[in-house]
Design a protein around this ligand. Structure first.
Ligand code: NAP
Ligand code: ZN
Ligand code: ZN
Length: 347
């Protein structure tokens, strides 16, 4: 076994605290990564606090991982010791179902294995994530990362980046598309950067007026203050797409009414509570309300390569690991520009 250190929570009201555990020995197709940086996603908060009702404790969160390969199994060909590698939200899947065959491992019919709070198919234990010193992962589930990029700014691409890139590509956001992005946090700021890089006209829709200047620097052409219903009403029927990245309960109907005929509202934000929708908000203009879950391995690599080529990375605030509980409180207040990333060497 490989000794590892991390930060874990033991219950929904518990703070994250230092935690010693073991990673299992590498199987022939696996690599051992010494973790350098791990981003802090709002899904970590939802799960630490058991807001989705599926948490097994202790939980070691973290699925925006970048680090250095320090050991390789005997059959590994994709990486060598010293390479930089990334791990996102998935560490395994059945690899045989029709979705896995298409590289859509996130929709694996037999259940994907999430990087944390999931059952490791190989030994049946609970998976532990990236708020830790090291991780063992099959080579197919590790991503290749250019060592020339600022690694702390790349880490958030592994979840916030792919979660916004995948639906923008799937629903064909392109030059001239009118895109509204709701919520300027980790996912929201990547949605603005990516959609504007595809040539879309992006409008930031936010509860925080002081974020307007930043939204424009990130690539938004316009800004709407979502608590001002008149501002929202002025854009009724305007957007081809709305990407909703909000983490807390909110009114979806306010945003649906801003879609044009055939407009698509893409939910990536995952508030725990059910939402109310009137069919009339969909019927009259043949609108669609859709959802999207992270992205598969091939598309995650495509996104990383696209970001490297176009010099797109995340805006980050690097923190030492002992500030993680404070970082959660700040994220709950929307006080992050625009992703916390833990320097794992502070562990
Ligand atoms: P985050 O950094 O905390 O950002 C969320 C943003 O939502 C905030 O910055 C804020 O933006 C807005 N917001 C917060 N409370 C709000 C409220 N009550 N009403 C309206 N807006 C509110 O979170 P994140 O890491 O980007 O994650 C966002 C959500 O996506 C989470 O629910 C997370 O679990 C989910 N997620 C889903 C996937 C997927 O595969 N679908 C993947 C990753 C994350 P403003 O200040 O601009 O209003
Ligand atoms: Zn995430
Ligand atoms: Zn599968």
């Amino acid at each position: 076994m490989i000794p590892a250190k991390g930060y874990a929570a033991n219950g929904p009201k518990d703070k994250l605290k230092p935690f010693n555990f073991e990673r299992r020995e590498l199987l022939p197709d696996e690599i051992l990564i010494d973790i350098l940086y791990c981003g802090v996603c709002h899904s970590d908060i939802h799960q630490v606090r058991n807001e989705w009702g599926s948490t097994r404790y202790p939980i070691v969160p973290g699925h925006e991982i970048v680090g250095k390969v320090i050991k390789t199994g005997s059959e590994v060909s994709k990486f060598k010791v010293g390479d930089i590698a990334g791990v996102g939200c998935l560490v395994d899947s059945c690899r045989t179902c029709s979705y896995c065959q298409k590289g859509l491992e996130q929709y694996c019919k037999n259940g994907n294995v999430a990087t944390y709070n999931s059952t490791d198919k190989r030994d049946g234990t609970n998976t532990y994530g990236g708020y830790s010193s090291a991780i063992v992962v099959p080579q197919e589930f590790a991503l290749t990362i250019s060592p020339d990029l600022s690694l702390e700014k790349v880490a958030p691409l592994l979840c916030a980046g792919i979660t916004t890139y995948s639906p923008l590509r799937h629903w064909n956001v392109k030059e001239g598309s009118k895109v509204g992005v709701v919520g300027l946090g980790g996912l929201g700021h990547m949605a603005v950067k990516l959609a504007s890089s595809f040539g879309a006209e992006v409008t930031m829709i936010s509860t925080t007026p002081s974020k307007e200047a930043d939204a424009k620097k990130l690539g938004a052409a316009h800004f709407l203050y979502s608590k001002d219903k008149q501002q929202l009403a002025s854009k009724a029927g305007y957007f081809d797409y709305i990407v909703d990245t909000v983490s807390a309960a909110h009114n979806y109907m306010d945003y649906l009414s801003m879609l044009n005929t055939d407009g698509i509202m893409i939910c990536v934000g995952a508030p725990p509570s059910a939402v109310e929708i009137s069919p009339f908000n969909l019927i009259g203009k043949r609108r669609s309300l859709v959802g999207s879950l992270i992205g598969g391995l091939p598309e995650t690599q495509e996104m990383l390569d696209y970001c490297a080529k176009h010099n797109i990375t995340s805006e980050v605030e690097v923190i030492p690991v002992h500030k993680i509980n404070e970082a959660y409180e700040r994220m709950m207040k929307g006080d992050v520009k625009y992703r916390f990333v833990i320097d794992m060497k502070t562990l």
